[in-house]
Every structure is written in C-alpha cells, then in structure tokens.
Ligand binder design. Structure first.
Ligand code: C2O
Ligand code: CU
Ligand code: CU
Length: 442
C-alpha cells in the first residue's frame, strides 16, 4: 500500500522516540530540549479552558511513567517549558526492572502532545532479572501500540467538538492502529522465544490482543516488572498506559507468519525465518517473590470519587477526582514511608485507567457499590462481595482499571522524596479535562 507519510512530532526526531535503556541504580541525566515550533499543528484553542489561554500554545514537559523520581524531575504538569527552552531531569533508576515509558505531561494539552507523537519506551534492567535467562538482545523488544485518525492525505486528524457547551471531545479512537509508529508492519523473527514488551500508549483505546493460530502468550511482567510466575494467556488486555511483557515462542514455525491481533483486526505480522541460531533462553517457572501487602498495614483508607460532576454549572463533560478541580487545595497528602489504601469510587458508566505517580501499588479488590445511596447521601454501601484481582494483576502496578459500578481499592507505600506529584485518569481526554489532581507527599 502506498500511503503518504504523516507529519508527526517526536523525541529525538522519531515517533516513537528512541528506546531508553537504563540499569538499576545507574542514574541517568536527560536534557529535554523543546525544539518544537511556536504553533501547534493540532486544533488547540477551542478546547482550552480559561486558565490555559495565557500560556504559550506549544509547551511541553517530559514525564517517565512508572519511574520513582523526585518531584522536580517528575514532569509536573505546570513545570512545562516553551520552545527554545529545556529542562534537565535526574532519574535515579533505583527500582526493579520494568517496562516504563516516557511522554509529554504539559498542563491542558497532554492529549494533543502525546497524540502528536511525544512518547517513547524507557526500560530498566536489573541483575536479578538478567540472571533469569529470558530472551535477550535482538529477541527482546518494545512494541508500542497507539491509534491515530489519519486522513487520506496522510495528515493526522484530531476530532473537534461542535457543541459549544462541551468544547472537549471525551475520547479519541483512531482509524489506524500503529505498532511502533507503523501501520501493519512486519518483524522477521527466528523460530525461538521472544520477549515482547507491550505498551498501550493510546489516548483512549484499550487493546485486547491475541495471536493468530491460537498461539498463546506467556505473560511474565506487568506495569512495574516481573510477575511471581509466568502466566499462559490466550489474550492480553491493556488499558491506556498499562504494560504487559510477554514471551512468544515461535519454535517449530519456520516459514510461517503469525499475526498480532487487536480484537479481530490484524495489526502486525511476525514472519518466522530460521537463521540457524540456537535458542538458549528459558522461561523459569518462578520469576520473583512478590509479597502481598496487607490491608492492616495501611494507616489510612481514602475514599475518592471518580468522575464527579461540577454542580457549580461547569461543563457537563468535566469530570473530577474527589469532586475537586485541579486548582483546588491539596487533599491527598500521604506521609512519607506510610502505607495507604485508596478506594476509588467510580460514579461514571465507563472504566478509567487510574495512575499514580511516584509509587507502585497492589490491587486489593474491586467491589460493587450502590450508586443511588452514594448520590443520595454520600454513603458507601457495598452491594456484593469483593472481587479479587485477576492473576495478571497480582504483580506491581502503576495504572489500574477502575470499573464502572465498582470501588477499586489499591494499596501503596509512599516511599520517595516529599513534594508534589499527580494522580490521574490515563484516558488523555479525561486527564486534560480535570480528571487529574495533585498529591503532596509530606
Ligand atoms: Cu503516563 Cu501522569 O502519566
Ligand atoms: Cu506517570
Ligand atoms: Cu477517565
């Protein structure tokens, strides 16, 4: 197919940006230089709420999603800088091996900047994980998935709302699903095991991935690194910002091709060709120990609503966290080195991938609650038993799916440097539309 090229933005001039590879405890300094033009190429003015209008149209700040870094290096949304400026960030990499990713986080326009192409993979390796003999080198690669609306002319298109009362679009699903920035690419693989690091970098879409011919995935890691044991899975579902590392075994498939599918649509192809190399990798039956955090260790259980509307006549599409706008005084203020439970009460009809900066967490449970009772008198009444997390959610996470009609409860130990961080919905249209709040580590 002869398709015209699509102009994009990108870190280091590429989309996705270069894959950054870090070693545990080897700090990295990155200078992020804003070399973007002064004008955005996506429609921005119609959907920036009042407070954003006096800001430069193009601004950016980089955040490494899932990295434990201090507040001033974390890409705080208001720490953006304009074209011609740069910022140096320090990444200690003092955390377990994991598939992280970096992306823009500028206040009010994150959805457009990421959509324009400002994203890339950031991998941390450590000795324990390297000692496992999982597939390595050119048999270990990130696969960043995101979708875009692309016009026939090749141009990137971002939808515009025609409702003056609701100037934001609340979602953006593309017509083209891109794998590492390409439409239906192929990868030549050998008949052996591969470690593929799946990253959902889409604005809105969740992916339900499978392989043709019923070939299974062996999931070995989630957001914050290895699971306790490999998990055979026919399908892997990823909400925006979630990651899954999988091992795919192409042995015995010389000459065949295997498609990666999003639901029933083929989105890329693995072409298996034997090049006579021997596979010495292995997937051990046990990957690491993950101790479950006990609810009893929490000093606090915060009940936080998702998607509460502004009754002061705000836009009907405006969704908030804990019923508060971004600019309201800090309410989430965990103390350093304490453990808290956050019980996220979803008042909307949709699932939201909720993400906390700085910390990794465990999913305790999801539990159905009575929405009417909540709306009547703000009391939390459970209507059924707690549902434990599924096996792939038993590892360390930094983004969790908060289902509609459910209270999603997570537990985290707030280690790190005191300062201001954020938590938000990772549907980027929601994040930019008030579904983000600061939190202060005391
Ligand atoms: Cu992917 Cu606030 O982050
Ligand atoms: Cu993040
Ligand atoms: Cu959301």
């Amino acid at each position: 197919r002869d398709l015209p090229a699509t102009p994009m933005w990108g870190y280091g001039g590429c989309f996705p940006g270069p894959t950054l590879l870090a070693r545990r405890n080897e700090p990295l300094l990155i200078e992020w230089a804003n070399a973007l033009p002064d004008k955005h190429f996506l429609p921005i003015d119609h959907n920036i709420h009042g407070a954003e209008r006096d800001k430069p149209e193009v601004r950016t700040v980089a955040h490494v999603h899932g990295a434990r870094v201090s507040s001033s290096n974390d890409g705080y949304p208001e720490a953006w800088f304009a074209p011609g400026h740069s910022a140096i960030s320090h990444y200690p990499n003092a955390q377990d091996a994991a598939t992280l990713w970096y992306h823009d986080h500028a206040m009010g326009i994150t959805r457009l900047n990421i959509y324009a192409g400002l994203l890339g993979a950031y991998l941390i390796e450590d000795d324990a994980e390297q000692a496992l003999n999982l597939p390595k080198g050119d048999c270990d690669l990130p696969l960043i998935l995101c979708d875009r609306l692309i016009a026939r002319t090749g141009e990137l298109y971002y939808p515009v709302s025609d409702d003056p009362e609701a100037p934001w679009v609340s979602e953006c699903n593309g017509n083209a699903i891109l794998c590492n920035g390409k439409l239906y690419p192929f990868l030549e693989v050998e008949p052996r095991r591969y470690r593929i690091r799946l990253i959902n970098a889409a604005n809105t879409r969740f992916y339900e991935l499978s392989l043709s011919g019923g070939l299974p995935f062996q999931q070995i890691a989630s957001d914050q690194g290895l699971l306790a044991a490999p998990l055979p899975r026919p399908r892997v579902t990823l909400y925006p910002a979630e990651r899954a590392e999988v091992v795919i075994d192409f042995s015995g498939m010389d000459g065949k091709s295997v498609q990666l599918r999003q639901q029933s649509e083929a989105i890329m192809e693995f072409r298996v060709r034997d090049r006579g190399r021997k596979d010495t990798s292995a997937v051990p039956a046990s990957l690491r120990t993950i101790e479950r955090m006990s609810a009893a260790s929490a000093v606090r259980d915060r009940v936080l609503t998702l998607g509460e509307q502004d009754d002061a006549g705000g836009s009907p599409m405006m969704m908030m966290l804990g019923g508060k706008h971004w600019s309201a005084p800090i309410t989430e203020d965990p103390r350093q080195d304490t453990t808290e439970i956050w019980s996220m009460v979803n008042l909307t009809g949709d699932a939201h991938p909720m993400h906390l900066h700085l910390v990794r967490f465990q999913v305790l449970e999801r539990r159905p609650f009575d929405l009417f009772a909540w709306n009547e008198n703000k009391t939390l009444t459970y209507t059924g038993p707690a549902i434990p997390p599924s096996p792939e959610e038993m590892g360390w996470k930094d983004t969790v799916r908060a289902d509609p009609g459910m209270v999603t409860r997570i537990i985290a130990r707030f280690e790190g440097e005191p300062g201001r961080y954020v938590w938000h919905c990772h549907l980027l249209e929601h994040e930019d539309n008030e579904m983000m709040r600061p939190f202060q580590l005391l």
